[in-house]
Write a protein that binds this ligand. Structure first.
Ligand SMILES: Cc1cc2nc3c(=O)[nH]c(=O)nc-3n(C[C@H](O)[C@H](O)[C@H](O)COP(=O)(O)OP(=O)(O)OC[C@H]3O[C@@H](n4cnc5c(N)ncnc54)[C@H](O)[C@@H]3O)c2cc1C
Length: 815
């Protein structure tokens, strides 16, 4: 009997592991039992188990009545009610690779077959010409001191079409791909964060994007050509004093009314709003406004409380009040307030027209999944590439204790983070933009990209600051770090503040959107037709059970075998990583189901638990992006240390997140321990990248390597030796050029062949006179010494310079 039960278990497990259909599994089990019975190994218990399961499967009415119905009732009681805004947020946007990673069995061939993202010839030309020219015009120190972009820069941005990158060509826009859009923002950001934000906002969530997806033909014709040419400057106002993260708390409202417009009485809306933090508001000509709409007299339907609605309003419309400017982090991009009190607008100013009343929140969430995937992540990527290039250069030229600081192990640890994360940032950028260019509106992936890529930006900029020491802290023309350091918290706060994004959105949305059955279970409970609801529930619930048991089997087997026997789409050094990612993906699917079963709707409130599972999903996504990037780049050997760094650290982060989840999710020690042993039967196995790998990723940063060029593209590189970053580039090249001659001189001094005189000039003269160095070599060493000296200098200002500020404040007081 035991043998038959054992065979039953093994065959069932294999079918569940392979995710075979019920019919397939049943045929396999029956065949196995028949063979055993013929071989004189009959077991009544095993046959009974099969019979009962079959009856339950093939007689659905019976199953629904006696099994599903009571469970359905319990679910109706325990499932939290979904608000309309929550339902909109959950249903908006698409799932993509996140779904496969969440469900525990990623199809790696599908991942590797995603086309490599490329810029078109036109996009490349725009990047190399107009964007390069714009970067040359930007001087961040002056921009931030004068609190605005210079007039010629504004003109250039508008005339060259930077504000219309996403607008279709038929309206005069550039119609660039997501990857081009992101690459351009990345490049501008490497020169001026204020200019980057100025370009970013009209191309991200705002009037143009709203109109392209939801606008009426008249609205598109009215606004898109002007927005593409820069004649119209847009802003979008959602946030007010009462509502930041919680859009539903907004106090801005509109009442459906009749009023006068263009000398006629028309149906429209009387609006009252008070918005703050609105980027470009101080210079905007068209205001996108989100407000709650009410129809107390039921002039347009039966509902009084219609919901969040979006309208486009010319800022010169009577009653629109563009308020004062804010100074976010003391940066120069335009940001400020806008208010209005009982401002009447006609109905046709609603984005999409009257049919779209009350659909504002869904529209915004849907579009957020596009914009949020591109702009702010591009800023994070820019921090990485910029730091890789210039902090690497600084670590090469700055010497302390007669050694380049890049050679100190402590500095190497921080440089390794910059190097490794830059690779991860670029890989994630490409994967995410690819999704958009393939027509996906990735809601979960956009949250992953926004959160992790801005956080990685923060990490690398902080590391850069530490590595620069005092050189990074002194403000002035020479400092290229402070503006990025100031800007990164802005990227962290806007479009879904990061703490909220990590704790509430990534797993909160991911678990529902990516899970094959949970959304259906939730919808079945919310279904007003209870008979249809029960049918829907029955199907989802039993499929869910099969899916969960399958994940349990897969997780335990993959843990037990260290995923050795699972398939990888490639051979060689990266083969094992695909296998380990399959293992962690399966563990996430299994642990998520246990979490939902044990905690249910309360998981929404247990944010730190959700955040940890979200971390696993995010690291799976980023690690997958790294492997794909490595393949897309042609599996170059230079990239391998970066792949090892990212995969080892990524797997370690997943392990930590799972361990911490298990440690915290239940008061039941035994359950936590059982869960842990299922996922990690032999204990934890993923170590962080070693010091040796850290060394290997840092080495290419410190000289002029091909991977340095590749990874830092398209960072703006100034050709001027007296420019903030140009100076660093110049010194770096000079130091590299003189490296051999410097070494010769150093060795000769050590041996006593050249006198260790006080100045470099004297030492070089002695070396030349003793034929240790040629004149040409001495010249190289001298040039490197001069460039290095110049590059380590910081700004200082005479007291007269400060007097201009006291004069300005005196003038303000008088005025
Ligand atoms: C420079 C700048 C530019 C901006 N541009 C625009 C613009 O153009 N248009 C526009 O409409 N808005 C804009 N905003 C507003 C921005 O989107 C909001 O600042 C953001 O949504 C956060 O709102 P808040 O600042 O009120 O913070 P709050 O919502 O008060 O949040 C405070 C903290 O609480 C956290 N938090 C909130 N809820 C939760 C939760 N449930 N779980 C965990 N943590 C939570 C947040 O993550 C945050 O850390 C801009 C803001 C800034 C600073």
């Amino acid at each position: 009997m035991f043998l038959q039960l054992f065979i039953l278990l093994v065959v069932t497990s294999v079918c569940l592991y392979k995710r075979k259909t019920f019919e397939f599994g049943l045929s396999a089990v029956v065949t196995a039992l028949l063979v055993m019975s013929i071989a004189d190994q009959f077991s009544l218990v095993a046959w009974l188990v099969v019979a009962l399961t079959s009856v339950s499967y093939f007689m659905p009415d019976l199953r629904r009545q006696y099994v599903s119905k009571p469970i359905y009732k319990i679910f109706q009681k325990i499932m939290p009610a979904m608000s309309e805004t929550e339902q909109d947020a959950l249903e908006a946007g698409d799932v993509w690779l996140d779904k496969d990673l969440f469900q525990g069995s990623p199809d790696w061939n599908k991942v590797l077959n995603i086309p490599k993202p490329e810029l078109t010839a036109e996009e490349t030309e725009f990047l190399n010409n107009e964007t390069e020219q714009l970067c040359e015009m930007l001087d961040e120190w002056t921009i931030n001191n004068e609190h605005d972009l210079p007039e010629d820069v504004w003109k250039f941005i508008k005339e060259k079409g930077f504000l219309g990158m996403i607008i279709p060509k038929k309206f005069g826009g550039k119609e660039f791909s997501a990857i081009a859009h992101s690459t351009i923002v990345n490049k501008i950001s490497s020169r001026s964060t204020s200019a980057a934000v100025t370009v970013m906002v009209p191309n991200s969530l705002g009037p143009a994007e709203l109109l392209m997806h939801y606008g009426t033909d008249e609205q598109k014709d009215q606004y898109l050509p002007g927005l593409a040419s820069g004649k119209e400057i847009p802003c979008f106002a959602l946030t007010g004093s009462a509502n930041g993260s919680d859009a539903g708390a907004m106090t801005d409202f509109g009442i459906v009314k009749k009023g006068e417009y263009n000398g006629e009485e028309v149906l429209g809306i009387e609006l009252t709003w008070e918005k703050r933090y609105i980027t470009l508001a101080p210079v905007a000509t068209v205001l996108g406004l989100a407000f709650k709409l009410y129809d107390p007299d039921k002039l347009i339907g039966v509902k009084e409380d219609i919901g969040i609605t979006c309208a486009l309003i010319p800022t010169d419309h009577p009653g629109v009040n563009t308020g004062d400017r804010h100074l976010p982090m003391n940066l120069a991009f335009m940001n400020g307030t806008t208010t209005g009190d009982k401002v009447f607008i006609p109905m046709e100013w609603i984005v999409g027209g009257q049919d779209y009343v009350g659909k504002g929140w869904r529209m915004l969430v849907e579009l957020l999944s596009i914009g949020r995937s591109i702009s702010l992540p591009a800023m994070g990527v820019s921090c990485g590439k910029f730091s890789y290039r210039y902090t690497g250069a600084y670590a090469r030229i700055r010497e302390q204790f007669n050694t380049q600081i890049g050679n100190f192990e402590g500095i190497e640890e921080a440089l390794a983070r910059i190097a490794g994360l830059t690779y991860r940032l670029e890989a994630s950028r490409r994967m995410t933009c690819n999704a958009i260019d393939l027509g996906v509106k990735p809601s979960v992936i956009s949250a992953i990209a926004k959160y992790h890529m801005t956080e990685m930006g923060r990490t690398v900029i902080s590391d850069s600051m530490d590595i620069h020491g005092g050189r990074g802290l002194i403000a002035g023309e020479r400092n290229y770090l402070i503006p990025a350091y100031q800007a990164i918290p802005v990227a962290i706060t806007v479009e879904g503040a990061n703490i909220l994004t990590r704790n509430l959105m990534i797993f909160g949305q991911g678990a529902v959107r990516c899970h094959p059955w949970v959304l259906e279970e939730m919808l079945s409970v919310a279904n007003p037709d209870k008979v249809a609801g029960l049918k829907q529930f029955d199907r989802a619930f039993f499929s869910h059970i099969g899916y969960s048991i399958g994940n349990f089997v897969r997780t335990f087997w993959l843990g037990l075998t260290g995923a050795r026997f699972t398939r990888s789409p490639v051979n060689g050094e990266t083969e094992m990583y695909y296998k380990q990612l399959t293992r962690m993906s399966s563990a996430l699917a299994f642990v998520s189901d246990v979490a939902m079963l044990m905690i249910g709707g309360d998981l929404k409130r247990r944010e730190r638990l959700s955040a940890r599972l979200g971390d696993v999903l995010s690291h799976l996504y980023m690690a997958t992006s790294v492997l794909k990037f490595y393949e897309d780049e042609g599996r170059q050997s230079d990239d391998l240390p970066y792949v090892h760094w990212n995969l080892q650290n990524g797997l370690n982060s997943m392990q930590v997140a799972l361990r911490e989840f298990m440690r915290n999710f239940t008061g039941n020690k035994w359950l936590a321990s059982a869960l842990y042993r299922i996922v990690f039967p032999w204990g934890e196995s993923y170590s962080k990248a070693s010091d040796k790998i850290d060394h290997a990723v840092v080495k290419p940063m410190l000289s002029n390597t091909q991977i340095r060029q590749r990874l830092t593209y398209p960072t703006f590189i100034s050709k001027k030796a007296d420019d903030a970053t140009g100076r660093m580039e110049f010194a770096f090249n000079a130091v590299l050029l003189a490296a051999d001659s410097e070494l010769k001189l150093y060795r000769a001094i050590k041996k006593g062949e050249v006198e260790n005189l006080k100045t470099i000039e004297e030492r070089l003269a002695d070396a030349v006179s003793k034929s240790v160095l040629s004149k040409k070599e001495a010249k190289l060493v001298q040039e490197a010494a001069d460039a290095r000296w110049d590059a380590i200098q910081v700004d200082s200002y005479p007291k007269e310079w400060f007097e201009q500020f006291s004069k300005q404040s005196d003038q303000r007081e008088v005025a």
